[in-house]
Design a binder for this molecule. Structure first.
Ligand SMILES: [Zn+2]
Length: 732
């Protein structure tokens, strides 16, 4: 699982997620889902959180050759099979190969290798059981205490405790576990695991996993921690490329007041500075509410986005309030009106010379850095493999076919038609971001704020009410008390987040924002979401049978479970009545959002394949390929309902540039969330069903979902509910 910390992300707040301060060895499944809506919020990059020490290799007198290792292996096999019996043959052979694969000259000569194997092979069940239990217990301690240090070090940054000093930031940025993987290879604990417990492929986990015992699953997760041994300089290069890409994206602002149309008119207000693509997209969504100028503004933003993708955007207009720009003609002029104090860029010549393919040069750098890790990750030798087979644990082909199922669904033209009738005009390409299916509310924000502030004047008041809230959600009083005892409420500096524990002696933390005047509705909505995380964290750590299986399959699952809570916020305040029309609108909103992001994800996937197929490509070649991939994807899945071809909007997401093949997490997250929500609806009561699901631990997504709902991960739940929603009266 992830960092056991989640900021509330889909609820509309700015994302305050910090880069992972990873305090555990479990660097798999780091693909954070739903990471961002408004701000660049990098996903958790598996490689960058791993060991980063660089210690010169001691020269051994006799470095091992592979011939020597092979001889050695034969000798050891004969000797150990004589000692422990022939039945050990497959296990021993696997273990020896796994050790060999990672053994380097600095780990020792032939003698050292042989003596290591003789000493550490657990050839009988009792020794193996002892070894398993010891590693499980001590790794829980390691993870738990490392996490505890990280949490404490970040306290001043994360909580509302007054000014942040320079040293607080250094404490907050420190990762005590940064060198753990290196250390464990050096002191050979990693090799002991590799000698005794098997690494598995995703295929094996999917095909054979359902027949495994829980202990076998725990052993699999134990071995996986050591499936990579990436050198420090490679990790640094990846972190560097990720950081550079993040900086490129973070500065990519468009000054909206300086967009002018053919008549020189300014459609957007002064000082509006929008970050690509998040803010641009959200402005398109907001403009549906502007009856007068909304459509013109949306068209203009689409034009800006297309110029960013095709890199015909003039370099000089990027993050520059000193230039007026007509994105249709691509004309640039010195700003005729000022809305900023920032001085003109000194030697900026005012021409519309395009940005020189920097977008694609940046993406290429992340690809080239990722590729450096490939040789050190034998079970998953490309970034694509690592993302799908390790982080997501859903084969790429399977995810692709689920996305295509949504994209080619006959429901798409039906929902498209409904949107056209609601808008009263034919669809335009930016309507992939149509935001009009938002359910209405009976209560004003002010009424809700007042109700919440009365109930929760302080964080302590919320803490005290947790058992009561959980009972309202269907937990038995004694389970509610048990969970509440595992949650500590802290005053958040930002909008709020949940930080789980990594060992059973620790509690999970719910960070929530409470103003002097009491909690407001938005804060409550977020707190309920985060509480969902805390409840999942409590069950999936304390009530799972093996701590090595702690967590859920990936971040999509923890988010889905948190949304189940969040959706109940009004009923927890006693203000909700069942409303089938609102439910239908919510479903249609989910469907259209999944349809949009599914295409974006397919573009991201195709672009990474193209880079791996063209390792020597130039930025310009990558630009042309990306534009073509975006057009092809559009023409296939969107042009038929939008009536326009060759649109490149699907390639606008900034994640594509700085997030290492992260975008497929979004549509996968939508499908998973929908499936879980439907199951909980069916069961009638949240509490017991939630607990049953959360105790399954970190197995593959499909196995988890089979256990939870009787079916593997699929698009069916979303599609069925959408078909039903379309029949709901009053949604026109
Ligand atoms: Zn969350």
């Amino acid at each position: 699982m992830g960092t056991r910390r989640c900021d509330n992300l889909l609820s509309g707040g700015a994302c305050g997620r910090r880069l992972p301060n990873k305090s555990t060895l479990r660097y798999f499944s780091e693909a954070g889902i739903f990471a961002v809506l408004f701000l660049a919020c990098p996903p958790l990059l598996q490689e960058s959180v791993m060991a980063q020490s660089s210690v010169a290799a001691p020269k051994t007198a006799q470095p091992l050759t592979s011939a020597q290792l092979n001889d050695s292996m034969k000798r050891l096999q004969t000797e150990l099979l004589a000692k422990y019996g022939e039945a050990q043959k497959p296990r021993l052979s696997t273990g020896l190969h796994q050790v060999m694969e990672f053994w380097r000259p600095e780990d020792g000569d032939v003698g050292a290798f042989e003596s290591f194997v003789r000493t550490n092979y657990a050839g009988d069940q009792e020794s193996l059981d002892t070894m398993f239990s010891r590693f499980q217990r001590l790794l829980e301690q390691l993870d738990g205490h490392m996490h505890e240090i990280s949490r404490e070090f970040a306290t001043q940054q994360d909580l509302d405790f007054g000014p942040i000093r320079s040293y607080d930031e250094i404490f907050g940025g420190y990762d005590p576990s940064a060198h753990v993987i290196d250390d464990f290879f050096k002191n050979k604990l990693a090799f002991i695991v590799l000698l005794n417990f098997p690494l598995t492929t995703l295929e094996e986990r999917i095909n054979e996993g359902p027949k495994w015992t829980r202990r076998q699953w725990a052993e699999t997760r134990l071995a996986e921690r050591f499936s990579k041994r990436i050198p420090a300089d490679v990790n640094l290069a990846i972190a560097q490329a990720g950081g550079d890409a993040g900086n490129y994206i973070a500065r990519y602002n468009v000054w909206m007041y300086h967009l002018v149309d053919d008549k020189g008119q300014r459609l957007f207000p002064p000082e509006m500075r929008l970050l690509s693509h998040w803010n641009l997209r959200d402005e398109i969504k907001a403009d549906y509410g502007d009856a007068q100028n909304g459509l013109t503004k949306q068209r203009m933003i689409q034009q800006v986005m297309e110029r960013i993708v095709s890199q015909s955007i003039p370099q000089v207009v990027i993050d520059n309030p000193q230039i007026d720009w007509n994105p249709f003609t691509n004309e640039v002029k010195p700003a005729a009106a000022q809305d900023s104090n920032s001085p003109a860029k000194p030697d900026a010549k005012i021409t519309n010379a395009p940005e020189p393919d920097l977008r694609y040069a940046t993406l290429l750098k992340t690809y080239r850095a990722s590729r450096m890790a490939d040789p050190y990750s034998p079970p998953a030798p490309t970034l694509i493999d690592r993302r799908f087979n390790e982080d997501r644990e859903i084969p790429e082909e399977r995810l692709k076919s689920m996305l295509e199922q949504v994209l080619t669904s006959p429901l798409v033209p039906q929902v498209a038609k409904l949107i056209e009738s609601r808008l009263g005009r034919p669809l335009e390409p930016f309507d992939v971001w149509y935001a009009g299916f938002r359910p209405g509310s009976k209560y004003s924000e002010a009424e809700l704020d007042a109700a919440v502030a009365k109930e929760y004047p302080t964080p302590e008041a919320y803490q005290k009410d947790i058992p009561n809230l959980l009972v309202k959600l269907g937990f038995a009083p004694e389970r509610a008390r048990y969970v509440a005892d595992h949650i500590i409420v802290d005053p958040a500096r930002g909008s709020g987040h949940a930080m789980g524990a990594e060992m059973r002696s620790e509690k999970s933390h719910l960070r929530t924002r409470v103003a002097k005047t009491g909690m407001n509705y938005k804060g409550f909505n977020i707190a309920v979401h985060e509480m969902g995380h805390n409840v999942e964290q409590t069950f999936s750590l304390n009530d799972v049978d093996y701590t090595l299986l702690q967590g859920v399959p990936n971040t999509a699952f923890t988010e889905a479970l948190a949304f189940v809570f969040q959706a109940q916020d009004l009923s927890l305040l006693g203000l909700a009545a069942p409303d089938p029309k609102n439910d239908a609108l919510k479903t249609l909103n989910d469907f259209w959002g999944t349809y949009e992001i599914a295409g974006v994800a397919l573009v991201d996937m195709a672009v990474w394949h193209w880079m791996y197929d063209h390792p020597e490509a130039t930025p310009t070649q990558l630009r042309d390929a990306t534009v073509q991939i975006a057009k092809d994807t559009w023409n296939r899945y969107y042009a038929p309902v939008f009536g326009r071809k060759d649109v490149v909007l699907l390639a606008i997401y900034s994640h594509m540039i700085d997030s290492f093949l992260y975008l497929p997490d979004y549509p996968m997250g939508h499908l998973i969330a929908f499936q879980i929500e439907e199951q909980i609806k069916k069961s009638g009561s949240i509490g017991p069903e939630f607990e049953r699901m959360a105790k399954m631990g970190r197995v593959t997504p499909d196995l988890w979902m089979e256990n939870a709902t009787g079916k593997p991960v699929s698009a069916d739940a979303l599609l069925c509910a959408t078909a039903e929603a379309l029949k709901q009266p009053g949604i026109q």
